[in-house]
Write a protein that binds this ligand. Structure first.
Ligand code: GAR
Length: 209
């Protein structure tokens, strides 16, 4: 049966857009984006979802008063909408161990570096690219991984390397990593998941035919 996908966002939503486009063009097989949840009011990602006719919800932690109430609200939305796969696409809020344990190997995240470099707490958005440039690495990239209780610590599913060029700024590098890596590997992993092609054994993800 077709899998129902929820995408959790906080900002511009270019990865969400890549998923919407990939669903339209048939790159995502056996999956439908059924719900977009933002933890930021007015995030541009919500407009992208609405334009594509996808149901949206906004869940604000401050208004709900606690992490627990925030996560309970998200869980009830996911349950009501019969969601099979949760995609974190630029979702800038760390989910608790309790939340991640509710959905073992059913949450994926896209991270803008080659994990285990430049990841974990504090490494998000442009900060990741600032750190890569400050270290002087010559290659960076993006990773799509399962989400567990350790920030950016779940099993790696797909990675793609991206070259760092002389004169790169964090902004230039961020864009190159998105175009060359994130926008390709995220839809690819979603499609693999929806076709039941991902298996995990001893913390290693295997991709089936
Ligand atoms: C993306 O580069 C994504 O990989 C990153 O934030 C950006 C969101 O952009 N996510 C993280 O850093 C998570 N740790 P988008 O809203 O345009 O998809």
């Amino acid at each position: 049966m077709e899998k129902r996908i929820a995408v959790l966002v906080s900002g511009g939503g270019t990865n969400l857009q890549a998923l919407i486009d990939a669903e339209k063009s048939g790159i995502i097989k056996n999956g439908r984006i059924s719900l977009v949840i933002s933890n930021v009011k007015g995030a541009y990602a919500l407009e992208r979802a609405e334009k594509a006719g996808i149901k949206t919800e906004t869940v604000i932690k401050k208004e709900l008063g606690s992490q627990q109430a925030f996560e309970d609200k998200i869980i009830s939305l996911l349950t009501e909408n019969g969601i099979d796969l949760i995609v974190l696409a630029g979702f800038m809020s760390i989910l608790s161990e309790e939340f991640t344990k509710t959905y073992p190997h059913r949450i994926i995240n896209v991270h803008p570096s080659l994990i285990p470099s430049f990841c974990g707490k504090g490494f998000y958005g442009l900060h990741v690219h600032e750190a890569a440039l400050a270290k002087g690495v010559k290659v960076t990239g993006a990773t799509v991984h399962f989400v567990n209780e350790i920030p950016d610590g779940g099993e790696i599913i797909l990675q793609k390397a991206v070259e760092i060029k002389e004169g790169d700024t964090p902004e230039i590098l961020q864009k190159r990593v998105m175009v060359e890596a994130e926008w390709n590997i995220l839809p690819e992993v979603v499609s693999l998941f929806c076709q039941d092609k991902l298996t995990v054994a001893n913390n290693i993800v295997h991709i089936g035919e």
